[in-house]
Ligand binder design. Structure first.
Ligand SMILES: Cc1ncc(COP(=O)(O)O)c(C=O)c1O
Length: 419
């Protein structure tokens, strides 16, 4: 494996960089992995049982780890693409799907990036790593690092969902709570780095987390019979998910594995409490000005500035999609509505995509018969604070042996039902 990984490249200025040593950024911009796509086309069979094994590492020819022995994995199975028929009916949409990333180890899509990045860190002999996180990336990094025997430091805002902190501590990561935003966490990490020399695994400051995220796009195309659905809505913070899906599309085009080369229209969804990418998109800018006063319940989207902003904006524009910031106040309502109609516990980040979807359909930008895929990037169960805040019926408490007024009890549920 890894036989097709040829070099690292700066998409900003096209320079090539050596992958045999740990790399971070070039000219302050991300580096990305490149592969010999022509050789893959000649030598690798797309429909082999190997490719159909249904897990992240079955795409290893398109991943950068050179030696299988370095793979750090919990068994990252392909996530299901669920049709949302009841919600689709309600919204008048014929082909609405949810790709449920909450099934992955540590409960979010972040495990894809961390499985590849930690494997690569192991391969490069790195023994200490650190990350600033909005929550889920920290949990994933901590778990994979523990499995690899790598020391992990996690910097998170002090108001990160509590489960994220607890899950890191449980697996032995050193958690530093920062009274600020993820950007403050990054600045503190770089200060400590001067003392400890840990390797910085911040989003897009090293090239391999992106490769793991790319497998979301590879899997998506595979699920749709080696083509992409017409529309993808993705909750965007640092941007690796969205950029990864686009990279998958470009590489699959390069190899020639797609039955239909039509690009998915990518919609980057943010909360209006922190929407730097949406604002830059509207203004026609290639990079995004930092967002001042970032505030949203969707902690993964509380990213005031992203080093990969230009990659996101390029991909959104090239795909024919757009970036939009939607009402923060809609988040809890969508969590409950999707839960009630489909039984799926979506994270607050994904709730933003449903509000965006309704807006885009109303504006005629998404047609009712198009294939639409929304990514549920994380498990709602990790957001106990948000779950408590969801408007829901109070659960009556009864004592065995006491008489129960069943009609009054039932009426309580009915009063609280949402329309
Ligand atoms: C659940 C969830 N969704 C979405 C995101 C945004 O991720 P990306 O960096 O791909 O934009 C995050 C990031 O923390 C997250 O935890």
């Amino acid at each position: 494996m890894g036989a097709y990984f040829t070099h690292l490249e700066s998409p900003w200025d096209g320079t090539r960089h050596d992958f045999r040593v740990p790399q971070t950024t070039h000219a302050g911009r991300p580096l990305v992995a490149r592969y010999d796509l022509e050789r893959i086309a000649k030598e690798v069979e797309r429909d082999s049982t190997y490719y159909n094994a249904g897990c992240l590492w079955s795409f290893r020819d398109l991943l950068p780890v050179l030696d299988d022995a370095n793979i750090v994995s919990f068994g990252e199975l392909a996530t299901p693409t669920l049709q949302l028929s009841r919600l689709g009916n309600e919204l008048g949409l014929e082909n609405l799907f949810l790709k449920d990333e909450s099934r992955l180890p540590t409960g979010s899509f972040k495990s894809r990036g961390m499985s590849v990045a930690i494997s690569k860190a192991k391969e490069l002999g790195i023994t200490r790593i650190a990350v600033p996180t909005a929550g889920n990336a920290g949990g994933a990094l901590a778990a994979y690092a523990a499995r690899a025997g790598i020391e992990a430091w996690v910097f998170m805002p002090s108001d990160t969902p509590e489960v994220n902190k607890l899950e890191c501590e449980l697996v032995g990561a050193r958690v530093v709570e920062v009274e600020g935003l993820i950007s403050d966490c990054g600045a503190l990490l770089r200060e400590g780095q001067k003392v400890f020399g840990w390797f910085d695994l911040s989003t897009l400051r090293e090239p391999y987390r992106l490769e793991g995220k790319k497998t979301m796009g590879l899997e998506l195309a595979q699920h749709f019979g080696w083509r992409f659905p017409e529309v993808v809505l993705y909750p965007t913070g640092g941007g690796t998910g969205l950029i990864g899906i686009w990279k998958a599309y470009e590489e699959l085009c390069g190899i020639g594995w797609l039955e239909d080369r039509r690009a998915p229209r990518l919609y980057s969804c943010q909360s209006d409490g922190c929407a730097p990418i949406a604002r830059a998109f509207e203004r026609g800018e290639r990079t995004a000005e930092p967002w001042v006063g970032a505030q949203t319940l969707a902690s993964g989207l509380r990213v005031p500035s992203a080093i990969g902003d230009f990659l996101m904006l390029d991909a959104i524009r090239a795909s024919g999609g757009e970036a939009l910031g939607v009402r923060e106040a809609s988040i809890l309502r969508w969590m409950r509505r999707v839960g009630e109609l489909e039984g799926v516990a979506i994270c607050p980040e994904t709730a933003v995509c449903f509000e965006a979807l309704v807006r885009l359909v109303a504006a005629g930008k998404i047609a009712r018969d198009e294939e639409i895929v929304i990514f549920n990037t994380g498990a709602a169960h990790k957001y106990v604070e948000a779950l408590r805040a969801v408007d829901r019926p109070p659960s009556p408490r009864v004592r065995p042996g006491e008489s129960v007024d069943w009609r009054a009890l039932s009426a309580g549920f009915e009063r609280a039902a949402i329309g």
